[in-house]
Design a protein around this ligand. Structure first.
Ligand SMILES: [Zn+2]
Length: 82
């Protein structure tokens, strides 16, 4: 089967752009990453967005958890780029 090389690379570019809107800098975190027995995880384009999702989730599902600067630092250290 003949493959048009330029069409193929365009398609690949579109795929990468739709999967990784900011050049592969999608950030990911899960509760399990920070040692919580919880199946929750989230992704966001920026660390700021991701941390606000974490804060929202903590408020909903981890009531009583104190979000200290130490905890935020721990969360940040476990953020993965995917
Ligand atoms: Zn959780």
């Amino acid at each position: 089967m003949f493959l048009n090389v330029s069409l193929t690379s365009n398609n690949l570019g579109n795929l990468i752009n739709s999967t990784f809107p900011r050049l592969g800098m999608t950030k990911s975190i899960s509760c399990a990453d920070v040692g919580s027995d919880c199946g929750w995880s989230a992704t966001a384009d920026t660390e700021e967005d991701l941390l606000s999702k974490v804060a929202e989730h903590a408020k909903e599902k981890h009531q009583g958890l104190e979000v200290t600067p130490e905890l935020v630092a721990k969360i940040k250290s476990h953020i993965k780029e995917i």
